[in-house]
Design a protein around this ligand. Structure first.
Ligand code: SF4
Length: 195
């Protein structure tokens, strides 16, 4: 695992509740953390606003400086994944992490990491691979942590602090998968068959 001195780190944040546990870990290790909200994958617009509000709440409680990209990225996101919907998560991670590494350079952060590594529902190894590749290409160290070990702790804290916890990942496709029972059954079947 990478060893680095206590330094300024840019933490890509997908949403408020997912930031709680990673923040705890990073603060404990003495990092100077700046959050970065860049998530063009969150739809529809009201949900996008709701997640920004939840993060503002967390930032205030944790005294966390956050850079917010508040531009609603629906159109660019859809253009990037159209006809490649089956690869949409990979593209989504790449878009968000590449922008994060660029921001880390701009902000002169000594490393970057992401709250995506906290979620049990994301493709953890894929996120790690993409981030490591970006770190190599842009020459900015990536701090890998398996934040999933603090899943329950983070969720519990979000409940106590009464932070909005979203019911689906972010894009309109994940919203459909969350609420369309038939589609969920079909996806589950396809997944089982591929095992
Ligand atoms: S399901 Fe989540 S990770 Fe995958 S494309 Fe949609 S928002 Fe991005």
């Amino acid at each position: 695992m990478m060893k680095m001195k206590k330094s300024k780190i840019l933490l890509h944040i997908c949403c408020g509740p997912c930031a709680l546990y990673p923040l705890k870990v990073l603060y404990k290790e003495g990092f100077e953390v700046t959050g970065y909200f860049f998530n063009p994958n969150i739809h529809p617009y009201q949900e996008f606003r709701r997640r920004i509000r939840a993060l503002r709440q967390v930032a205030e409680i944790k005294n966390l400086p956050v850079i917010y990209d508040t531009e609603y990225g629906l159109r660019n996101f859809l253009r990037a994944i159209t006809y490649r919907e089956d690869k949409r998560c990979e593209i989504c991670y790449l878009i968000r992490l590449e922008q994060t590494v660029k921001k880390a350079l701009e902000e002169k952060a000594e490393a970057f990491t992401t709250t995506l590594l906290y979620s049990r529902y994301q493709a953890h190894s894929l996120i790690k691979d993409i981030a490591e590749d970006l770190a190599f290409r842009y020459k900015v160290p990536f701090l890998y942590k398996d934040f999933r070990i603090g899943w329950e702790e983070g969720q519990e804290e979000a409940k106590i602090l009464d932070i909005y916890r979203q019911p689906y990942c972010g894009c309109i496709f994940s919203e459909e998968e969350r609420y369309n029972k038939k589609l969920r059954r079909r996806l589950r079947r396809a997944k089982n068959e591929s095992l």
